[in-house]
Design a protein. Sequence first.
Length: 359
Amino acid sequence: MLACAVTALAFSGCDGGGFGDPCLGTGTLPPDSLEEYSAKCLDAIGLDVPAFSCDDGTVIPQTNISTDPYPSASCDAPNVLSGRCDPGSTFQVLAQTDEAIVVALCRKKGAEDGIYRDIAVIQYNQVNGATCFYQALDDALEAAVTAPSDTSGTFPWFSPPDTAIVNCVECHDNGPFIRSPYLAQLRNEPANRLPGTNADDNVWGPPNEWNKFQPYTFVGNDFQSWQVESLSLPDVSCMNCHRMAVSKTEGAYHFGAGTALNFGPISTAMDQTNKNIHSEDSPIWMKPDQELYLAEVESDALAVQACALAIVGEGPLPAGCTAVAYGGGDTCESEPAGGQSASDPPASPIPISPQGLNL
């Protein structure tokens, strides 16, 4: 996936079981201002978030959409985060080099022309893993967005502490970008497509190893307690192409969201919320090149989910189920790869937030 091979990182559990104290910034450093956070992100990632207009992005297709009003319509590739078809939403690559990328997703959520209700930006450097998240939520966000680093800007970006509360890591637990059919259908766009979507994406490809080896760390004082763990389970195919993972904040596992707990079962199920029936026009999410439901594929996803439930303390331990911490706050020190089994006492799970930054 990278220009040169990168081995998955395994970070030390600073409190013996997670990225809590004494990792710098976790309950010890003051919250970052938006200006401070954007400066740290620029320094770590090498690309800034520029000003942009959501109206300049590529409109995300919602093909074969029903006549039902938002949010009840069905279509071929709904937004996986909300389970809704959302016509008029846009995606764009704001900046990109061989090492780093900045992307923006502007969700309409039924808003009128020129207005959006959910705008999210992700910065990522695939060499050092540094990642930053920005979020704005409002019923009337204008298309013109000022840069987070612009101290004179009037766009209502969340502060870093407020973005941290959204817990983007709940969904983004196997890497920075989630390539569901919702955005993967932009694979033929010359510029506005997710990295690693096509086999000819050079240093950002190939697609079948995206979110498998890339490093992943979180920048900023308010994000140091975020931790991600990659699961291992014998005799299942889900991890052949990418990680299946779980996540923590402040040492407590999230449950009900993420690749292993939620997206795996959704992507392999016989049906999907507000998605048209699986067909050639509306293929099932997983596996790649599969169009219709296969019980054995769903069985693999449910086996991984059972492993994840054991890791977070919500179920019995399947044979061979383990988790390895591979990413966390960028002030946490790394150590040689180690593992955690579901027999280790887990921190108490915490419920998911009602909103997230899932791309």
